[in-house]
Write a protein that binds this ligand. Structure first.
Ligand code: SF4
Length: 378
């Protein structure tokens, strides 16, 4: 681990304190912040508006970048998947998903994940560690620079989704700090309503999240309409069951402003949770809790060895969606993106069969990076 300070994860206040500590005027903090976040420069040497002596001083005590891009893959649909490593050698995965109207970056909040969702391959890794705020922000900067070029303006409408590896609400403080840094108008300026945080159901944090003044959008991964099935698919349900989760969702809904909605994510697993009875039970749940501002994102499971699950048929997905809609519940089917580079939701990263490799490292060399992602695309 680098002993130097990773300034990319510093708030403006912390940067001001840092500047003071190294005997520099406070305005240096603003210059560093702009260099890192507005111009997206991940090296102090590139901040040529700063005096050379100051840059040298910065290099002695601090770094702008600590993540190393190990591999980068580009799908035939334009999706890009990045495998990065922290200085202590933990994997971090980030996915860029282009669409006609807006681009989405799906980032990781943890390396690995402690939750044991049965349909997700990140679960097999267990928790390696929480990512720092700086590591979260740097993921985004690396991807933006790769896609748009260093220093180029971030296109308005770039969305962020905390749906990569990890449970964001188990790294709550770092997540919120990173989002605050990224929302600054003198920096990346990615405002909270362009950000969605997805939780597997850490109920107390849903209440805490609801109280935030500048709050991103919320998605709750539900994937089963009853405790019996959810206990099996998402063991976090044994800690906070469907009733407690829906009660928290109801409370969260009360805090939404006009026109705002939240999401239930529902991974459709063929023959497991995709029957008409499940769709009916799901609609009943929405009605029981009188949820008016919820939409359901249906995510057909992406098959990935060695998991036992398989995707439902196209017809089954349509049936499920239609049944929800016939009961007055908004439902959307989420298109899988980047399947060919294993960037789609829940796919295994380390396996043979890559058909596109860009960058210096080959996929086959990277079989130690067992990272799936939960890349989202509406
Ligand atoms: S689905 Fe999300 S919360 Fe569940 S194990 Fe995978 S990464 Fe963790």
């Amino acid at each position: 681990m680098s002993e130097k300070l990773h300034l990319t994860g510093f708030s403006k206040t912390e940067l001001a304190e840092f500047a003071e500590k190294i005997g520099e005027p406070k305005y240096r903090a603003k210059q560093i912040f702009k260099g890192l976040h507005e111009r997206r420069l991940l090296s102090f040497d590139e901040m040529t508006d700063l005096p050379k002596a100051f840059r040298e001083k910065l290099n002695e005590t601090a770094v702008a970048s600590i993540l190393k891009v190990e591999s980068r893959y580009v799908s035939e649909d334009g999706t890009r998947r990045f495998l990065m490593k922290t200085p202590d050698n933990f994997p971090v995965e980030t996915v860029f998903i282009p669409t006609e109207n807006r681009d989405t970056i799906c980032f990781s909040s943890q390396s690995g994940c402690p939750l044991k969702c049965d349909f997700c391959l990140t679960a097999k890794l267990g928790l390696l560690r929480n990512l720092t705020a700086g590591e979260i922000v740097e993921q985004i900067i690396i991807v933006l620079n790769d896609v748009y070029g260093t220093g180029a303006e971030t296109p308005h409408g770039t969305n962020l989704v905390a749906m990569g590896a990890g449970e964001p609400f188990l790294n709550f403080d770092n997540l919120i700090k990173s989002l605050e840094i990224m929302s600054d108008e003198e920096g990346l300026f990615i405002v909270p309503n362009r950000v969605t945080v997805s939780t597997a159901g850490i109920v107390p944090k849903i209440y805490e999240f609801a109280k935030l003044e500048k709050r991103p959008n919320l998605a709750i991964s539900l994937s089963a309409p009853n405790d019996e099935l959810r206990d099996k698919l998402m063991p976090i349900n044994k800690r906070w069951n469907v009733e407690e989760l829906l009660a928290a969702a109801k409370e969260f809904e009360k805090t939404l402003r006009r026109g705002e909605r939240f999401t239930f994510e529902y991974v459709l697993l063929g023959g497991v949770n995709d029957s008409e009875a499940h769709a009916r039970a799901l609609a009943n749940l929405v009605h029981k809790y009188e949820l008016q501002k919820v939409k359901i994102n249906l995510i057909p499971h992406n098959s990935a060895d060695p998991l036992e699950y398989h995707p439902p048929s196209f017809r089954q997905v349509e049936r499920f969606k239609n049944l929800l809609e016939s009961k007055g519940v908004s439902a959307y089917v989420r298109r899988a993106r980047g399947r060919d580079i294993y960037a789609a939701c829940g796919q295994l990263a380390a396996k043979d069969g890559m058909n596109k490799t860009v960058g210096s490292s080959s996929w086959q060399e990277k079989t130690d990076c067992l990272l799936p992602t939960a890349a989202a695309a509406d």
